[in-house]
Design a protein around this ligand. Sequence first.
Ligand code: ADP
Ligand code: MG
Length: 679
Amino acid sequence: MPESGAAVPIRAPEALRKKLAKIGLHSEADLLVHLPLRYEDETRITPVAHAPWGEPVLVEVVVSASEVQFRPRRQMVVRALDESGELTMRFFSFYPSQQAALAVGARVRAFGEVRGGFFGAEMVHPRFHKVRDDEPLPDEMTPVYPTTAGVANSALQKLIGRALEAGDLSDTLPEELRKRLKLPALARSLRFLHRPPPGTDLDTLHARNHPAWRRVKFDEVLAQQLCLRRAYLARREQGAPVLVARDDLGARLLDGLPFALTGAQLRAMAEIAGDLAQPYPMQRLLQGDVGAGKTIVAALAACQAISAGWQAAFMAPTEILAEQHYLKLKSWLEPLGVKVAWLSGSLKSKARRAQLAATAADAQLVVGTHALIQDGVDFARLGLAIVDEQHRFGVAQRLALRKKGANPHQLMMSATPIPRTLAMSYYADLDVTVLDELPPGRTPIKTRLVADSRRADVVGFVSKLVEEGRQAYWVCPLIEESEALQLQTAEETFAQLTADLPKLRIGLVHGRLKGDEKQAVMAAFAAGEIDVLVATTVIEVGVDVPNASLMVIEHAERFGLSQLHQLRGRVGRGQYESSCVLIYAGPLGEIARQRLKIIFENTDGFEIARQDLQIRGPGEFVGSRQSGVPLLRYADLEMDADLVEMAREVAEDMLRQAPAQAERHLKRWLGTREELLKS
Ligand code: ADP
Ligand code: MG
């Protein structure tokens, strides 16, 4: 239970309270912000003859006949009249009490959609009640609340009505700020949304464009921003090792590289170096498009930790990628005297024991997969946790890595660019560095769309390319429903290409291979001993073989945009002109067509992500990172982007200048759900 301003529990029988709790309604305050999905207008009566068909209306009629028919199925058919005409009401299920209420001569108000039936105007299953003499019409619209089976709308209406009268509707925004933001008062907004007066334009309300809706959405987004911002500030209260380099390890790494860092890499490096030297834990996201060169930036961060006398961990989501990082980091750092350890699920027990022992003792950098976060892995002095392709990991996994040390610094990396509004919501508690520049000398990748009837041309193209000394990836179709089927397709493709291209050395890699088998194939491809690598999406992230200049993707229409972008990014990494051939099979669905068009027309990952967001919404974007967004019930990140910007600024000021107010605001909007946000 909240510590201050204790929540007022809902006054209702135990059984109902339990049901309400199931839909997240625990307190009176929760009821107040449980807003209607839509409204029904029972404030005016429509003459039967004038009722527009297909729109819900209220009619007032007197029953003229009522009977139960049995054909085609049991039903109660009630005929009724008003001054303008006749209405048939039809009920397929009914209680005796309802039958009695609809006896001949009864005057009732019925609410429902009028349709044209066999006997003229007809309502199926209208909501109705008997009218008393001179019963006034309601003086507000009827709210329809989001609910679940078991809680009647009428029960919610009553409880919420009571809360509106007795509950706390006081504003958490100072009046001056509210005016500046042009937002109406909260009390007025909530009363209006729960009980709109007669004559309110329901279309505007349903579209949630009304200023009252804006106020509610702003408050909701503000609560989210406050929460994330507070978590950010709270982290600064925690101690972390101060990582100040005590030798020139980083400089020596840089000296040995065959390239100079880009401006963006230098900036990122400086930002991270500054963070690591602070006495509180860094939590920074390094974003950069595929191929932007994030690995070296991470390696330099690791150098700083190592040279300060601490360990760094480097975790990657797949065995192939982790292995590749291990080999690269080892080749960079071992010559400089750094001890690098390797942990993966496929290690044999003896080797594993040795690596575990090193991790617990004198290893300075430990690279690996999820194996890093398993029980029994102990770090001697973990000072920096690096997570590559972080969106592939869940909150719990990233947390588990952090727990391997006493509050280590954390560097997360991602090539999945997040559009700005989304980033502000998902990552408001992180610092973000963007590598907005690709290393020089990259040749732009040509993208081609090819119908699968022309597969033979593509095979010919591969053959010519290999003659020129290049290598190619051939990615097999994604079969989401079945891993076994996916494997089968990969094997068939491999057999087919081996038959089509007998002179070429074809390799096959997929998720079912054992760790060392996978490594062997990847190593052979990297060494140029394999010309064409047939692969499932296991090669999607991170893999880096500069001599590979062609990416063929079969059934490209089955892949998501970020996957296509990632896969395409496997080529164009060396000095050779590179291309990506997307083979598709028709007929294409609308979304698939849009996706292929976007990937064909764009190479910039941010632009692709922005368009992707438009087609499929934010949900899938950020993987399993749980954060503020699940808590947004009313605001929409795209539509209400301006509110997010406003809320972000207000949140910062509020936490500094009016912390008690901020606290109250959070209580109102998040109540008990705030726990969800803490990761
Ligand atoms: P990503 O950001 O996708 O993880 P990588 O770190 O794998 O990218 O880098 C892609 C390739 O570019 C690697 O071969 C890497 O060595 C190389 N690279 C990184 N930085 C530079 C640079 N400044 N100049 C030239 N090549 C670079
Ligand atoms: Mg990478």
